[in-house]
Design a protein around this ligand. Structure first.
Ligand SMILES: *[C@@H]1O[C@H](CO)[C@@H](O)[C@H](O)[C@H]1NC(C)=O
Ligand SMILES: *[C@@H]1O[C@H](CO)[C@@H](O)[C@H](O)[C@H]1NC(C)=O
Length: 494
């Protein structure tokens, strides 16, 4: 039996016979999330948006039945003998957002609780309508949101970022994908994640290899340009462009995916990050610091172009904060031998890579210019909460590499212990953690915030320079998928 379409927009599916299908065991009701578009002068209008859970977290079962297509770390070889048949036989079901995934929205606020157990974390996308992602063209624009991560400790990451996904989740491009953006398909990022169960409307079943009791990776990954506007917990934060040498969502295999050789791929896995603590100001961000993470604050990100038009070349990404009505300038770099930059520019990135001795995969994949080309195409807003099976989030909030001398510039990124962030411990100790994103505003530079001005926080101190191993970062949460009748299917990342 083919599932009856629960949503009118899927009525056409009643006649579909092939492809990554839609199940109807649970009705899919996208949580409503309002946000605002602003104009110069500061007047803003409200948009009625909603969010959708990524496909990978969903129960994947036989079309018309309740047999798991994927259990633990294995595909059902009867339902999924090959990539195409798998997409024909398997359906993505609706999500119980609050009950199963800890995702709640109210007005302009979205809370992602860090669920643990049969599901770990979550990842959602902003929708423009029930089957289309909102596409943001951010050049010469400003993107602003409030965040409360007072309840997000070491090892967790409450992320808000842009990925260059297709607006329909790949529905039109890939005949095997019958679910589309309405079911959160088409994810990609600069880590070229290979843990996705479906890519380009096909099951990622070839050479699927378990990476833990309930995770695995297939032969294919899904790459695209990614702008990490916000990767943070209450201890550390970073904003990081990650360009790719390809445009749009691109399936990779082998070396293209950047594994095992991290720098052989078609995207920049490291990015050019601005983490205030890592850049030498240890007093700027954290509980009781200049930006006080023990309460809510506003994060403003400005995407400048060389000619101050929406068609120019991306030249600078600026950051400022507003808290308790006071505008707080970004911290300034305080690293011996490095200019006191307070934003991301090509010069900043070059200097940072050189002084930290990091491989310059940012430049190698096209730098700010490539990032800006993705912004001109339009990018999808992603929000997630995750823990880190690959690097314990130490690249964000501790010393990384953990074995390096923490006094070497670039190594220390926050005050979390090098022993923190182990997923099993984070999951058992922090099940009540959460992040709330709210009051999203988008418009011309200067249109989305108000406040009285203030200076930036004080400088930190740093010591000697030397060459260290590269940083790493990722926006891919570890996820699981479960639903009535499903076995949880945890997966790692990278
Ligand atoms: C799967 O693994 C085999 C054996 O290692 C290899 O020859 C083949 O190319 C792999 N397939 C893909 C699609 O990567
Ligand atoms: C763009 O705007 C910035 C900030 O207002 C200004 O400093 C800069 O001179 C402008 N650049 C051009 C090319 O107009």
């Amino acid at each position: 039996m083919f599932p009856t379409a629960a949503l009118t927009s899927f009525a056409f599916l009643a006649v579909a016979v092939r492809g990554q299908q839609v199940g109807t065991s649970t009705a899919e009701n996208h949580p409503a999330l309002s946000w605002q578009t602003c104009t110069t002068g500061g007047s803003c209008t409200t948009n009625s948006g909603s969010v959708v859970l990524d496909a990978n977290w969903r129960w994947l079962h036989s079309v018309g039945g309740y047999t798991n297509c994927y259990t633990g770390n294995e595909w059902d070889t009867t339902l999924c003998p090959d990539a195409v048949t798998c997409a024909e036989n398997c359906a993505l079901d609706g999500a119980d957002y609050s009950g199963t995934y800890g995702i709640t929205a109210s007005g302009d606020a979205l809370t992602l609780q860090f669920v643990t157990g049969s599901n770990v974390g979550s990842r959602v996308y902003l929708l423009a309508d029930s089957s289309t992602y909102e596409m943001f063209q951010v050049l010469n624009k400003e993107f602003t949101f409030d965040v409360d991560l007072s309840n997000l400790p070491c090892g967790l990451n409450g992320a808000l970022y842009f990925s260059e996904m297709d607006a329909d989740g790949g529905l039109a491009k890939y005949s095997g994908n019958k679910a589309g953006a309405a079911y959160g398909t088409g994810y990609c990022d600069s880590q070229c994640p290979r843990d996705l169960k479906f890519i380009n409307g096909e099951g990622n079943v070839v050479n699927w290899t378990s990476t833990s009791a309930n995770s695995g990776t297939g032969s294919y990954g899904s790459c695209c340009n990614e702008m990490d506007v916000w990767e943070a917990n209450s201890i550390s934060s970073a904003y990081t462009p990650h360009p790719c040498s390809v445009s749009g969502q691109t399936r990779c295999t082998g070396d293209q995916c950047g594994s095992p050789d991290r720098y052989a791929g078609i995207c920049d896995p490291d990015g050019c990050d601005f983490n205030s603590y890592r850049m030498g100001d240890t007093t700027f961000y954290g509980p009781g610091k200049t930006v006080d993470t023990s309460s809510k604050f506003t994060v403003v990100t400005q995407f400048y172009t060389n000619d101050n038009t929406t068609t120019g070349t991306l030249s600078e990404i600026r950051r400022l904060y507003v808290q308790n009505g006071v505008v707080i300038s970004n911290s300034k770099v305080n690293i011996p031998g490095m200019t006191a930059y307070d934003s991301i520019t090509s010069d900043y990135c070059d200097a940072q890579k050189t002084i930290f001795g990091n491989t310059d995969s940012f430049d190698n994949q096209g730098g700010l210019t490539a990032m800006g080309e993705a912004f001109a195409q339009g990018v999808v807003l992603v929000m997630s909460v995750w823990d880190d099976y690959a690097a314990e989030m130490l690249w964000l909030d501790s010393d990384y590499p953990a074995t390096a001398d923490a006094s070497t510039p670039g190594v220390a990124r926050g005050t979390c212990a090098t022993t923190s962030g182990v997923p099993s411990q984070v999951e058992s100790q922090s099940p009540g953690s959460s992040v709330t994103f709210s009051n999203i505003k988008f418009g011309p530079i200067g249109s989305t915030y108000t406040g009285t001005s203030s200076s930036s926080g004080g400088g930190g101190s740093t010591t000697t320079t030397s060459t260290v191993k590269s940083s790493s970062s990722s926006s891919t949460p570890s996820s699981t998928a479960t639903a009535p009748g499903a076995t949880q299917t945890h997966y790692g990342q990278w």
